[in-house]
Design a protein around this ligand. Structure first.
Ligand SMILES: *Cc1c(COP(=O)(O)O)cnc(C)c1O
Length: 456
């Protein structure tokens, strides 16, 4: 087989700024050793997130020019609506400015004290929007998903038995809906199988509870199903996506992921009464139901992006390029979550830096080294992001210390990725010299964004 190539050519380029190691030492120091505080233009390769960082196609840019900015009933809305309907099959399509706006609206209606929302793993904004209403967000991930070193095809699957038991325990009247996140972002971008979605749906049916998808990376998940699940190898990805959505009564979506745009999202559902309540809230916080917090041009770009993301050459390149990056690190002996997921590579910082304990933030140490050595920006997902304190002020670390290298869609080429792999491998060779960090400033909430550190 020949090399899988980027399925596009480049019409417009954006220069990246090179810096010296001395400059980066100064920049990182100024930023309090927190890459979130570095100016983006001082980053050579930015793998902070795959959200809203996609390169748009010429056709999407043409759609931007063609957008209809009418307040009500814009033609761009109808194109957007028909594209989302084609993929989801859902009756009511409500545009929002991004994923969390869809979550906020949905959970303001179905959430509240005493309610429980199960999911394979809640993404942090989903959890925050649920908990903000007083409801409880519950993760019911299958066992393989909890072990970074175990290779399995569908590590994003929900534990179906645990779901059934959970609903029986808390009472179906207290579970307004069940969610499945595809792919499972917080669990390493791992896919969920069609069988699992079907089995979860059966449990939902038994208790008469609607199933909603957190569908941010539905196309990547559909492609994994095509590659890994028996019976789907010859099915077009669009049909696989349609089947996934056919089991769901609704979905929330951040278009900043698999709609290949820089802003946008939506809420879709079949229940007319719920849709009416959602639209009423939408008008208060987002805007009129035919634009919902977006410009007409954004709706055009989302519609076009949703068509492009289901192109199988695109998905083959997307999934393969993430896997290629992962393989390079694995073959250098670097511990990562295996197998690689769809949108990112996650380094297991505990195994990478066994000499640095969680309370000295091994993930932060790696993130700083990648920037210092190569100008690469990654993000710590471990004790900095999720650590809590006990009553004596001692750190309670989360189960895993990870560093995420998220890959923006259609932005970097294979040589960029080769370069990043070289930087990570160099850091691994020097791992014994890496030092831990301590926090010198932190905000009371979401401290990872603004915390300042010092090397120990
Ligand atoms: C990004 C994301 C969201 C939130 O979407 P925003 O557009 O960032 O508000 C929700 N769920 C998952 C799985 C995500 O990856």
């Amino acid at each position: 087989m020949k090399t899988i190539i980027e399925p596009f050519k480049i019409k417009s380029v954006e220069p990246i700024k090179f810096t010296t190691r001395e400059q980066r030492e100064e920049i990182l120091k100024e930023a309090g050793y927190n890459p979130f505080m570095i100016k983006a233009e001082d980053v050579l390769i930015d793998l902070l997130t795959d959200s809203g960082t996609s390169a748009m196609s010429a056709r999407q840019w043409a759609g931007i020019m063609d957008g209809d900015e009418s307040y009500a009933g814009s033609k761009s809305f109808f194109r957007f609506e028909s594209t989302v309907k084609k993929i989801t099959g859902h009756k009511y399509i409500i545009p929002t400015h991004q994923g969390r706006a869809a979550e906020k609206i949905l959970f303001s209606i179905v959430g509240g004290k005493g309610k429980y929302i199960p999911n394979n793993t809640h993404f942090d904004t989903t959890r925050a929007n649920i908990e903000f209403t007083g409801a409880e967000a519950v993760d019911l991930l299958n066992e393989t998903g909890k072990h970074p070193e175990i290779r399995a095809d569908f590590k994003g699957n929900m534990d179906v038995e645990a779901l059934d038991e959970f609903i029986a325990k808390v009472g179906k009247e207290n579970v307004p809906l069940v969610m499945i996140t595809i792919t499972n972002n917080s669990g390493g971008g791992q896919p969920v199988s069609m069988k699992n979605i079907r089995d979860v749906k059966e449990v939902c049916k038994k208790y008469d509870i609607p199933l909603f998808l957190d569908a941010c990376r539905f196309a990547e998940n559909a492609y994994f199903i095509k590659k890994r699940e028996k019976g789907y190898e010859n099915k077009p990805v669009l049909e696989i996506a349609q089947e996934i959505f056919s089991y769901a009564d609704g979905a929330t979506m951040s278009a900043k992921k698999d709609a290949l745009v820089n802003i946008g999202g939506f809420l879709s559902m079949n229940d007319e009464n719920l849709a009416m309540q959602c639209r009423n809230l939408l008008i208060v916080t987002e805007g009129f139901p035919t634009y919902g917090g977006l410009a007409g041009r954004d709706l055009e770009a989302v519609a076009q992006g949703l068509e492009e993301v289901l192109n199988e050459h695109y998905l083959q390149y997307r999934i393969r390029s993430t896997e290629y990056f992962g393989e390079k690190l694995i073959s250098a002996g670097i511990p990562i979550i295996e197998p690689p997921g769809g949108h990112a590579i996650y380094i297991d910082a505990k195994r990478f830096l066994p000499h640095i304990p969680p309370h000295q933030y091994p993930g932060q140490s790696i993130v700083c080294e990648l920037y210092l050595d190569g100008g690469v920006r990654a993000v710590e997902i471990g004790s900095v992001m999720f650590g809590k304190y006990d009553k004596d002020g001692k750190l309670i670390p989360p189960p895993m210390e990870l560093v995420r290298l998220a890959i923006p869609r259609r932005v970097y080429t294979q040589s960029h990725i080769d370069y990043v792999a070289e930087v990570v491998i160099e850091a691994y060779k020097n791992r014994e010299k890496l030092k831990g960090y301590k926090i010198t400033y932190e905000a009371p909430m979401l401290r990872h964004f603004t915390a300042r550190f010092e090397q120990i």
